[in-house]
Design a protein around this ligand. Structure first.
Ligand code: AMP
Ligand code: MG
Length: 428
């Protein structure tokens, strides 16, 4: 894995080297409601039909369709109402010729009935909210019912024995709903990775603590922790390591039971911190210069845990924008791979830049921008302000990152560019 520090590597190369180090984690039994974003490690088979019985899709009257033949407003068919049936109850009495059962959505179809006539097609007066039901002994039907009208068939959603979800499926809200509908409370999914996060630097203070002159608050640990959670991992903060061998070593050791350790700062060339020395001494590590902007300096390697396990280590640059962009490009795929998820790529849209984007140093430029839909339904990209890698507010205003190729020295207003969408929901 050793690469001379002077060599610039591409984003793809760095990512491939990093990904080679990760594997899908083992399955666990998780509560269904907690499994959002996790991947199914089992194929789930339904033990019963859904819906479990034929039932009505409308409020109205369960009838024998033949009894309503020829009905119209001027010539209604009058049926005898023999019962009222709410959802959750079953009626054993059969609907005979000339009879009807008043029935609520979701209630099982009584024996003998073969169609549902909605209230709107009867002479039952409309009920105001809060008003008691006005069931009479008979009902006039204004319209002929088709056989099977408004009946939801038993098993029309899920049949007994059907594989409802295959192993490998990502759990979204609808999968959580499907599993719940068949009564599951737990499910086998690949475990979420625990990501230990360590900030380094004598100048860094935890928010909430007193900040002396020359000190700054720790942005990175918190933004990266939020990304870890958003990508499906479990963040664990290790705190801030002072730039001393002892403190750094101790803090790294405290994270060796995690699935991955992420440090920030101290990896740039010519740094005075002891970070690089300690990282190198505690594990195998490479310091890379990645052909990207922001986030050029990056470290990747592994620490050895007391049990001999190799704990992957991603060393992010210190500048807050760089650390977020680098975690987006390298941390996200690593977490997805541990979760067993493919598709870590963000969607790329073609957008018309309204700004001039200058990119003369041969790196891929991930500039912070906001994409909005404009004239003719086309996407437009506006840079969100100064692009210094310490200017975190311009990250906050962004919903995308431009992907300006390494060999494109500038994009002019009106040019179409690629934008990697990191947050479609950001209002813009
Ligand atoms: P370094 O890589 O240590 O040279 O850090 C690069 C820049 O990032 C410096 O201006 C640091 O003060 C800043 N920085 C490092 N760590 C953090 C952090 N956790 N939060 C905010 N800024 C940081
Ligand atoms: Mg530093």
């Amino acid at each position: 894995m050793t690469i001379p520090t002077s060599e610039m590597i591409s984003v793809e190369d760095a990512r491939a080297r990093i990904l080679a180090f990760f594997e899908r984690l083992e399955p666990e039994q998780a509560p269904v409601i907690e499994a959002l974003g996790q991947v199914l490690a089992e194929s789930v088979v339904a033990g019963f039909d859904i819906p479990p019985l034929d039932n009505t899709a409308m409020d109205g009257y369960a009838v024998r369709a033949a009894d309503t033949d020829g009905a119209s407003e001027g010539d209604p068919r009058t049926l005898t109402v023999i019962a009222d049936l709410a959802a959750g109850y079953v009626l054993d009495t059969a609907v005979g010729e000339g009879e009807a059962v008043r029935i609520m959505t979701g209630a099982p179809i009584p024996p003998g009935a073969d169609a549902i006539v909605p209230f709107e097609e009867t002479d039952e007066p409309l009920r105001e909210p809060g008003q008691a039901p006005t069931r009479g002994d008979s009902v006039g039907v204004f319209k002929a019912a088709r056989l099977g009208a408004n009946i939801r068939r038993r098993g029309e959603d899920i049949e007994t024995g059907q594989a409802v979800l295959e192993a490998g499926r990502v759990m979204r809200a609808s999968e959580i709903g499907v599993l719940s509908s068949i009564g599951r409370t737990e499910v086998s999914v690949y475990r979420r990775p625990e990501v230990a996060i360590l900030s380094t630097g004598d100048e860094i203070v935890t928010p909430g603590e007193e900040r002396r002159a020359g000190q700054i608050y720790d942005a990175n640990a918190h933004s990266v922790a939020a990304l870890v959670r958003a990508f499906g991992g479990r963040p664990r903060l290790l705190g801030i390591a002072r730039d001393t061998v002892e403190d750094l070593t101790a803090k790294i050791h405290s994270g060796l039971d995690a699935d991955m350790i992420v440090t920030s700062a101290g990896v740039s060339r010519g740094d005075f911190d002891v970070v690089k020395d300690v990282l190198a001494r505690e594990g195998a590590i490479d310091f890379w210069t990645v052909r990207m902007k922001p986030g050029k300096p990056l470290a990747f390697g592994a620490f050895e845990a007391p049990d001999g396990r190799r704990v992957p280590h991603l060393g992010l640059p210190g500048n807050p924008v760089s650390s977020m962009v680098a975690f987006e490009l390298f941390g996200r795929p690593a977490i997805f791979k541990m979760l067993g998820r493919s598709g870590w790529e963000r969607p790329i849209v073609r957008a018309i830049t309204r700004d001039r984007v200058v990119n003369t140093d041969g790196r891929r430029f991930y500039a912070r921008c906001i994409v909005t839909k404009g004239e003719g339904g086309r996407y437009y990209a506006d840079l969100t302000g100064p692009q210094g890698s310490g200017i975190l507010t311009s990250m906050s205003a962004a919903n995308g990152l431009t992907v300006i190729p390494e060999d494109l020295p500038h994009a002019e207003p009106g040019d179409e560019i690629d934008v990697m969408m990191i947050d479609w929901e950001h209002p813009g």
